[in-house]
Ligand binder design. Structure first.
Ligand SMILES: [Zn+2]
Length: 446
């Protein structure tokens, strides 16, 4: 037979080892991994000149915007940013305009995305107002539910414990999972009001309002719900030592919980936030040294399951609002995450195995993304090709994302994604997008 494509002269992460091999690709899938002389005939061959091939990386926390928020980002620019950053699959958050919280809004979003995406995209849904609509959302193919605990975004009343219990019970029966933004609304709103009344408008006040206690309280509340319903809960962007410890306790009790952290919670601290200002404002905010080292420990020890960018683009004007309370929270992260991590691989603080586990294997396993996360015969030919020794400087003005700012702007990094293959198609080559819009796949949960 003749296959579509063979990648020769590669080093690839296969069976938890880096091996020298060739990879044959047929019909968007991995057909064979082996010695060059054992490969079938091919329509096309690419010599990868000893570059390292990883399973296509998966970012489970991305805000692609589009629709009513297309001025911040759209499906094309967001997925171009992903491809440029070496990410082949992203999961899109539901706080959109309109909010993704029904089968209809989800279907519409998939339709808009289909013609524009360059990488694979799965979709979260918020909870609907009526719990009897949860089933239809799952049927439509939502990969998971997302629940914002810090403010009311979806239809489920976050102040009502019984409503939460009921919704999580249904989720548990439908064998899907809930990803949560765990910050306690009441704690934050109270503190925020107090600061606003005394005309406080500084980063310090913002940090105090979004206290470590607010994260811990929300996590404890959700652990209680996990105990009662056994619904799988995934904690997004864990940021504090206390919060992580509560999650570890829950894991030790055998609860079906997982968690993620972000590069900004690993590489930045409250000190950077105070220095750089609103541009670095995210939720939860970056924390003090003590929490940063606890998060690193969690990453190294495997207590933290996933690394995700929380790519959350805004306009520069929105980031530079006068009042700290009006600054839009979030930063773009798709194009900085992998270079930052590879720099740590070069510094021996992380290994390639860590990066693959945190950004491919675990995401695929936890979110049940079949045929992804591992390089093996029969899996999708989603591949991230990196040059581990390539040095460069992060330049936000060159981002594909519409959000051309970053707290990491100007950082010197070592290690770069140089080619991104999605379903066997070369999408990014040496920083250029070389594929047509629509070549990514819309992922529906089976
Ligand atoms: Zn987010």
């Amino acid at each position: 037979m003749t296959v579509d494509l063979i990648l020769n002269n590669t080093r690839a992460y296969v069976n938890k080892n880096i091996v020298e091999c060739s990879i044959a690709i047929e019909n968007g899938k991995i057909h064979k991994i082996g010695k060059e002389n054992s490969m079938p005939k091919a329509e096309e061959k690419i010599d990868l000149k000893n570059l390292l091939v990883l399973p296509g990386l998966i970012d489970v926390h991305v805000h692609l915007r589009d629709e009513g928020k297309a001025y911040k980002e759209d499906f094309y620019t967001g997925t171009a940013a992903a491809a440029a950053g070496g990410i082949t699959t992203v999961l899109d958050m539901p706080n959109n305009a309109p909010v993704t919280m029904s089968a209809e809004t989800l279907r519409r979003r998939m339709e808009v995305a289909e013609k524009k995406v360059l990488v694979n995209v799965g979709f979260y849904s918020e909870f609907p107002k009526r719990t009897d609509e949860i089933h239809a959302i799952v049927e439509e193919g939502a990969v998971a539910f997302k629940l914002f605990m810090m403010e009311q975004v979806g239809g489920l009343n976050i102040d009502d414990d019984n409503a939460l219990l009921n919704a999580f019970e249904i989720v548990s029966k439908l064998k899907t999972l809930v990803a949560v933004h765990a910050e306690d609304k009441e704690t934050i709103k109270k503190a925020e009001e107090k600061f606003k009344q005394s005309n406080r408008n500084d980063i310090e006040a913002f940090l105090k309002a979004h206290s470590e206690n607010a994260e811990w309280k929300a996590i404890k509340r959700l652990l209680n719900i996990a105990k009662q319903t056994h619904a799988p809960i995934h904690f997004c962007h864990v940021s504090t030592k206390r919060g992580l410890e509560a999650i570890i306790d829950g894991k030790n009790l055998g609860l079906p919980i997982t968690c993620e952290t972000t590069p900004h919670h690993m590489f930045l601290s409250a000190k950077d936030l105070k220095k750089i200002g609103g541009l670095t404002l995210t939720l939860p905010p970056v924390r003090d040294r003590k929490s940063v080292s606890a998060i690193w420990m969690g990453v190294k020890n495997g207590w933290i399951d996933i690394l995700a960018s929380d790519h959350a683009p805004h306009t520069l004007a929105e980031k530079q609002a006068k009042e700290v309370w009006n600054v839009k929270v979030g930063i773009p992260g798709l194009e900085t995450t992998l270079p930052l991590l590879l720099t740590e691989v070069n510094r021996k603080r992380l290994s390639i195995a860590d990066v693959v586990k945190l950004m491919a294997e675990k995401p695929a396993e936890i979110f049940k993304l079949k045929g992804r996360g591992v390089l093996e015969k029969g899996n999708m030919a989603d591949l991230t090709v990196i040059d581990l020794k390539r040095k460069h400087k992060i330049d936000a003005s060159k981002f594909y994302s519409k959000a051309k700012f970053s707290p990491f702007h100007g950082w010197k990094v070592e290690g770069k994604p140089v080619k991104t293959f999605v379903k066997g198609n070369l999408v990014m080559d040496e920083g250029e997008i070389v594929a047509k819009a629509g070549c990514g796949e819309i992922i529906r949960r089976e």
